[in-house]
Unconditional design. Structure first.
Length: 271
């Protein structure tokens, strides 16, 4: 991982929160159609590197790991399926002790001016999907009979986020899930999600402001590093709902290169 000595301990930046009680309707591939009433709050976003070794999926809902990949071209969908999917399945299985891991829903993102809506970073604190959509994904990917068998167990939705090149602007911020209250989550509808304008509606949450929230980011995050964060856990007693968002880093150089990243979803089934 990159050195921490020359990196800021934290930055103050604006997080786009949701107006409490409003149901957002988000069109990722046509964002002008979206309805997402927002409240902006300036918050402290801490450099997670000094405490990365103390993080836990069961305490904070996310971890930062050094996890090199054999993928050479993330723009090659076939290579992603054949090389990256097995890597991610093995990683998540190891982290959770899962008996089965489904990998799906990769989206490559860039904040380059030439990038279309569906692949631009998402500004706005949110939790991608809740139980309704996790169950639907499982049915779609496994078929009804096999899905219902696995869904009798504990199941967990997680996102795995990796830079394609070192991120020097528009980083990802994640909120310590132990500081997120269920009452701060608002329903959201995602129309045409996962860069598929024809995909049926998906259901998740936006996050309203809470003074207790603790936000983190990874300065100069490198392609050999990944953030893994939990979005849903069928065991309601567990930490979950790791809200996240892109943000404008005020310390970024004006000529910093465009952010390029890839994210991918997983559903794991535990004994």
């Amino acid at each position: 991982m990159a050195r921490t000595s020359t990196m800021p301990a934290s930055v103050r930046a604006t997080i786009r929160y949701a107006v409490p009680g409003e149901t957002a309707r988000f069109y990722p591939t046509n964002r002008a159609r979206s309805y997402w009433p927002a409240e902006e709050h300036e918050v402290e976003i801490c450099n997670v590197r000094p405490q990365a070794e103390r993080l836990s999926l069961e305490r904070q809902g996310f971890v930062l790991l050094s996890e090199p990949t054999a993928v050479r071209h993330f723009s090659d969908a076939r290579e992603v399926r054949e090389v990256y999917y097995p890597e991610i399945a093995a990683l998540v299985g190891r982290l959770l002790g899962a008996e089965k891991v489904i990998v799906f829903g990769e989206v490559a993102r860039s904040d380059s001016a030439a990038t279309g809506d569906g692949q631009r970073p998402a500004y706005g604190a949110h939790v991608d999907y809740g139980e309704r959509s996790v169950r639907q994904f499982t049915h779609d990917l496994l078929g009804a009979r096999e899905a219902e068998s696995w869904l009798q167990r504990r199941f967990v939705l997680m996102n795995v986020w990796r830079p394609v090149r070192t991120v020097l602007r528009t980083p990802l911020a994640v909120c310590d899930a132990s500081t997120v209250r269920r009452s701060e989550l608002n329903d959201s509808e995602v129309h045409g999600g996962l860069n598929d304008p024809n995909r049926p509606t998906l259901y998740g949450y936006t996050l309203s402001y809470g003074a207790q929230h603790r936000w983190y980011y990874v300065p100069a995050m490198e392609p050999g590093e990944i953030l893994v964060f939990k979005l849903f856990d069928s065991d309601a007693t567990r930490v979950q709902w790791t809200a996240h968002t892109a943000f404008d880093d005020p310390s970024a150089a004006s000529d910093a290169p465009a952010r390029e990243s890839i994210e991918i979803r997983t559903i794991s089934f535990l004994s």
